[in-house]
Design a protein around this ligand. Structure first.
Ligand SMILES: *Cc1c(COP(=O)(O)O)cnc(C)c1O
Length: 383
């Protein structure tokens, strides 16, 4: 009973959670009751300490909805009417930030790299130097579409030097990759409940530098996603302005305690890194190739190229793994055929070893024998 009844999710969220996190939801709590308000207060404090910052210089603001809602809340609430945002893009999540700004009619500029290349601080600096109309810069920390880690600290240095505001989508990295928000010069950091903190979906959160946040009065383009109003509501009476996902918040509170028990972000990072190393070794042994060069590859999620073998069909591969209790993730690269395997969630090295055994069996059953000649699709693609 408990954790074994569900398939294991090797996905970037929703992901596998502990039985105790799920059990924490088996309560009905009043959203205005003092017990619930104490939970929310503790969550907000713990989130700040995960980013190595504290109140009153920084504030944690939970926001209902999935991660994208919180991204939309930030972009729509902090860029002034005459502002303009520069968005660094090297994958689908960077492109989503552009979609958000465009949907909100916020002036934006895009600086784009190939999906297998990291965002380059020097090029961002050049654009900021030549176009004074940019007021904000946004970048994705872990580009979950490939697993790329963008250099948020180095980008932060050029953004600070050029005195712009800095927004980081740390959705799939926060809590799993150590990060000091103040040292990286980040004004707004966004993440959600169902990624590295290993909670269940239902809300996201924004960590904001207070001085930046306080300067945004009147900018919000939405009522429900108004970041400053959400913060003011929480500050005035500890409550959400509109119905909070009470059960999700209880699960998240438990997940934060379990993160602390595990030894904090450093220890969790060590587990994810171990998961990833075992995965890479096993997949390479079978002849799979990663999409990214190792130096750009984070340990959150890995993209593998489809093997070049006539018998390999992703749908069959995926289906058989799922029947055996292992859920992997389709690819999200625009120019290469890939699938992804996530290393985050309540999964451990032994789970990865079991997954690898099942991958090997599945390939065998499909009649896919990988040799040097068949290794991967798109070898010739420029990297
Ligand atoms: C998961 C994720 C999001 C948010 O996706 P939702 O489906 O809205 O939760 C945004 N950016 C990145 C980098 C992500 O990994």
């Amino acid at each position: 009973m408990g954790e074994s009844i569900d398939k294991l999710l090797f996905t970037p969220g929703p992901l596998t959670t502990s039985a105790t996190v799920k059990q924490a939801m088996l309560r009905d709590m009043g959203s205005r009751d003092f017990e619930f308000l104490a939970v929310v207060r503790d969550i907000r404090q713990r989130l700040l300490s995960l980013a190595a910052v504290s109140s009153p210089d920084y504030e944690a603001i939970p926001m209902q909805g999935s991660g994208t809602f919180a991204l939309e809340s930030v972009i729509g609430s902090v860029v002034p009417p005459a502002g303009k945002i520069l968005i660094a893009v090297n994958g689908a999540y960077g492109r989503r930030l552009v979609q958000i700004a465009s949907a909100l009619n916020i002036a934006n500029g895009v600086i784009e790299w190939e999906e297998h290349q990291p965002a380059a601080p020097i090029e961002i600096e050049r654009v900021l130097g030549s176009d004074p109309s940019f007021t904000h810069v946004a970048v994705v920390h872990c580009e979950t579409s490939t697993g790329m880690i963008n250099p948020v600290r180095e980008i932060g240095e050029v953004v600070s030097k050029r005195a712009r505001r800095y927004i980081v989508d740390a959705m799939s990295s926060f809590g799993g990759i150590p990060l000091n928000m103040s040292e990286c010069g980040i004004d707004y950091l966004i993440s959600s409940a169902n990624k590295c903190i290993e909670g269940v979906p239902g809300f996201a959160f924004v960590l904001a530098r207070r001085e930046a946040l306080l300067s945004t009065a009147g900018f919000a383009r939405s009522l429900s996603l108004d970041l400053l109003a959400q913060w003011k509501g929480l500050e005035s009476n500890g409550q959400f302005r509109f119905t909070p996902p009470t059960h999700t918040l209880l699960a998240f509170h438990q997940a934060l305690k379990e993160l602390e028990e595990e030894g904090g972000v450093e220890r969790r990072a060590a587990r994810y890194r171990a998961n990833c190393e075992i995965l890479l070794r096993g997949m390479r042994e079978m002849g799979f190739e990663e999409y990214l060069r190792p130096e750009f590859q984070g340990y959150i999620i890995t993209s593998f190229r489809y093997p070049r073998h006539p018998q390999f069909k992703f749908e069959t591969f995926y289906g058989r793994l799922s029947e055996n209790g292992y859920v992997i993730y389709p690819g999200k690269t625009s120019k290469a055929d890939c699938f992804r395997i996530g290393n985050i969630g309540h999964i451990f090295p032994d789970d990865i070893r079991q997954l690898l055994i099942t991958v090997r069996q599945t390939l065998h059953e499909m009649g896919v024998e990988l040799s040097a000649a068949t290794r991967s699709v798109g070898r010739g693609e420029k990297r």
